[in-house]
Write a protein that binds this ligand. Structure first.
Ligand SMILES: Nc1nc2c(ncn2[C@@H]2O[C@H](COP(=O)(O)OP(=O)(O)O)[C@@H](O)[C@H]2O)c(=O)[nH]1
Ligand SMILES: [Mg+2]
Length: 329
């Protein structure tokens, strides 16, 4: 299963939809005035139905894979319940708008020709103000959907390797070395704001490699949206973690900060490969402290340089071994 929002069609926002209808009305004609006004309201009804189709084709939230469900919640910045309430408001609003339009269409049919235009304008006004009253909800869900559509397609069922660690430790560099992904690399924390995905093959098995945004060692409540996206991938995509430490002179984070983050991540997923990156420019003190902490906790680690291809073949071998173990189960 891929990004469940990918194929969802977004209708225009409320003001845009009203503008579309307003722009179209003068171009609609008919054999009689009554006929013309009825056609105009039928057109409005067709436009309103775009909202109904939208909510009907919105993925069933409770059936979403936990990764996409949590991604939806993180992107929304509000609870799943809020989203559900809004969806049902959009549903109800479009049904009510349609029934108002139908009532007016019937009234125009039955009434005198001279009243037709007035009734059409009344219907237009009532439906437009109804939509405007629910604009916050409608426009919000449309924006949310657009953002979800932008998410890379991640298949939660595919064997997955997730690269994690503090900001700027070299995650994107590593991902670009071992997979087809070409993520942005820069000497700046939080360059990666989204989850990126690349692929590679192990004995004919397709594996996806996830490049995550950096995470700071701090309480979950204080974490920003970028960090929460990374945690979501680690927590809800059942795969192998490659956790990177930066042990270079340029490292932005202390051994303890990086180690505490590792500990937190191991609580979500124990199947982790630990690698000390930037071994080409290692800071002896930092290197000694990190390796001591790991040894004291009986954690094995590898030494690599993602940028200079040191230890990458060994790391790939280790990844391959773990993936094969994982798919066997
Ligand atoms: N010296 C050295 N620098 C590296 C290495 N890997 C990455 N970098 C640099 O570290 C910075 C951050 O890299 P990036 O991959 O964007 O880190 P991310 O934020 O964890 O994704 C960039 O300037 C990279 O060129 C390495 O093995 N050695
Ligand atoms: Mg990055």
């Amino acid at each position: 299963m891929l990004n469940p929002f990918e194929k969802l069609n977004c209708p225009p926002k409320v003001e845009d939809l009203i503008k579309i209808v307003l722009g179209r009305l003068p171009k609609i004609s008919g054999n009689t005035i009554k006929d013309r006004e009825i056609r105009r309201l039928i057109y409005y009804d067709e436009q309103v139905k775009r909202y109904l189709n939208f909510v009907n084709s919105f993925p069933r939230i409770d059936n979403l894979h936990p990764f996409y469900k949590e991604a939806l919640e993180i992107t929304a910045g509000k609870s799943i319940d809020n989203i559900k309430i809004c969806l049902s408001i959009i549903n109800k609003t479009s049904l009510t708008a349609s029934s108002i339009l139908k009532r007016y269409i019937n009234e125009i049919r039955k009434s005198d020709e001279t009243l037709a235009n007035k009734l059409m304008r009344q219907a237009f006004g009532r439906v437009s103000s109804l939509l405007r009253k629910r604009k916050d909800c409608i426009d919000w869900i449309i924006d949310l959907t657009k953002n979800m559509k932008k998410m890379k397609s991640i298949d939660p069922e595919m064997p997955t390797v997730i690269i994690a660690g503090s900001p700027n430790v070299g995650k994107s560099t590593l991902v670009s070395k071992i997979s087809s992904a070409k993520p942005e690399i820069a000497n700046y924390p939080f360059t990666t704001k989204e989850i990126h995905v690349g692929h590679f093959d192990i004995n004919g098995i397709k594996v996806q490699v996830i490049d995550t945004p950096g995470i700071l060692d701090r309480p979950m409540k204080e974490r920003n949206q970028i960090e929460r996206k990374a945690i979501n991938a680690i927590k809800n995509l059942n795969g192998i973690i490659v956790f990177l430490f930066d042990i270079s002179q340029q490292s932005l984070y202390s051994p303890k900060e990086q180690f505490d983050l590792l500990r937190e991540i191991l609580e979500f997923n124990k199947n982790a490969i630990i690698a000390l990156n930037k071994i080409d420019s290692k800071d002896e003190k930092l290197y000694a402290e990190v390796s001591k902490m790991l040894r004291e906790n009986s954690l094995n680690f590898m030494e690599i340089s993602a940028e200079n291809n040191i230890g990458i073949d060994d790391l790939k071998e280790e990844i391959k071994k773990r993936v094969l173990e994982m798919v066997k189960q």
